[in-house]
Design a protein around this ligand. Structure first.
Ligand code: CP3
Length: 350
């Protein structure tokens, strides 16, 4: 494990429920196509997966937004779909199309996947990137490792690509819930292995992205989003009792309160649709919150971005809080707007 765990790190303090002098800030997808220096390395790497699997390149693009903006945390540059790739399902990222996988829709497809124990071996270059970052990051910057939540990763594995309604994964989950559970259980194991290896390489905080949690009706949300996160959290806690876990159950809406309490995660990342005042009154007592500026306000910039960022800070900045977006930075974002937002957050005091 890393020895750079300076107790003074602002982001770790907020996750420990302490008040900090100034609100820590990082942004989902802070490394990406909106940065010219990212596009340069991306072109050099060739394919997106080569970028993820080449420690020299992945380390460099993780550091780019830290150098430019001085964020309080760096998030490992990788993708949630390296897990299916490591399980033996072919994954490709096609230009202008996003991820493409050979769909798995039945038990015969599942049987072709390799065991979750093998993930650690096949993703060795990713952990090498983590180890390098843990040496090269500034001492005040927290290193975040991550994975996709089982439901969200399953939507890509079953659908073979991104979809607006997750119809393919739902078709299987509703037709044969116990069969679909086999896939979720496999992903729980693989996710715990993948996150554990990141901690062993030096990650100080873990974030689990459940981008499509909000499309599930209550009973399926309990079974395929809440329960798996609870299991992942328990298993990680047994191995690494002090490592904080942040969950991002995007679109959880009225289920957010139960999700936060029952999964036992340290921090909850709020999507854009969550009212800051509601979150303060119903969630902040349970732990640290993170969020939730609309990424499109960051595209627009100007007075409306500043007004809505201040609204979030003023409502949530009295309790343990990490400033972030409600979803990832989009490619058309002007980097100058990011610089302006970061300064605004860094200078804000209650
Ligand atoms: O800076 C960071 O946040 C770290 C890196 C990171 C990426 N993806 C890099 C990436 C993280 C944390 C992710 C998570 C991820 N990946 C999620 C969950 C969070 C979310 O945004 O909802 C999901 C659903 C994915 C799957 C994925 N990866 C899709 C659907 C796509 C295509 C869409 C797109 O933006 O191109 C990707 C590709 C991807 N992952 C890119 C980046 C920077 C763009 C690839 C490129 O450079 O061409």
């Amino acid at each position: 494990m890393s020895d750079r765990k300076a107790p003074g790190k602002k982001l770790l303090k907020a996750l420990a429920g302490e008040m900090t002098d100034g609100i820590p800030v990082w942004l989902m997808r802070q490394a990406g196509r909106y940065l010219p220096e990212y596009r340069k390395v991306r072109a050099e790497a060739g394919s997106f997966l080569d970028l993820c699997y080449t420690p020299d390149f992945a380390e460099e693009v993780t550091l780019q937004p830290i150098r430019r903006f001085g964020f309080d945390a760096a998030i490992l540059f990788s993708d949630i779909l390296v897990v299916p790739d490591a399980l033996g399902q072919q994954v490709a990222f096609k230009e202008g199309e996003g991820p493409v996988l050979e769909p798995i829709t039945d038990l015969a497809g599942l049987a072709k996947l390799s065991s979750p124990d093998g993930v650690k071996g096949r993703l060795a270059p990713v952990y090498e990137t983590v180890a390098r970052l843990s040496r090269s990051l500034p001492s005040e910057t927290t290193l975040i490792g991550f994975a996709g939540a089982p439901w969200t990763v399953a939507t890509y594995m079953v659908g073979g690509r991104g979809s607006p309604d997750q119809a393919a994964a739902k078709a299987w989950a509703y037709r044969a819930p116990d069969e679909f559970q086999t896939l979720i259980d496999l992903l729980v194991e693989a996710t715990v292995e993948h996150l554990s290896a990141q901690v062993e390489a030096g990650a100080e905080v873990l974030q689990v992205f459940d981008t499509w949690a909000g499309s599930l009706p209550e009973l399926s949300f309990e079974r395929f989003a809440l329960q798996p996160m609870k299991t992942i959290r328990e298993k990680l806690k047994a191995r690494f009792p002090d490592v904080p876990v942040i969950a991002f159950p995007r679109g959880a809406g009225g289920m957010a309160e139960r999700y936060f309490r029952e999964t036992g995660v340290t921090g909850l990342s709020l999507d854009t649709g969550v009212s800051p005042a509601w979150a303060r009154d119903n969630l902040q007592g349970q732990g640290c919150l993170q969020g939730n500026l609309d990424p499109l306000l960051l595209v627009a910039g100007g007075p409306e971005m500043r007004r809505q960022a201040l609204h979030i800070l003023e409502t949530l900045g009295q309790g343990p809080f990490i400033f972030n977006l409600g979803h990832g930075i989009v490619p058309q974002t002007p980097p100058e707007h990011v610089a302006e937002l970061v300064t605004l957050v860094q200078e804000w005091r209650p």
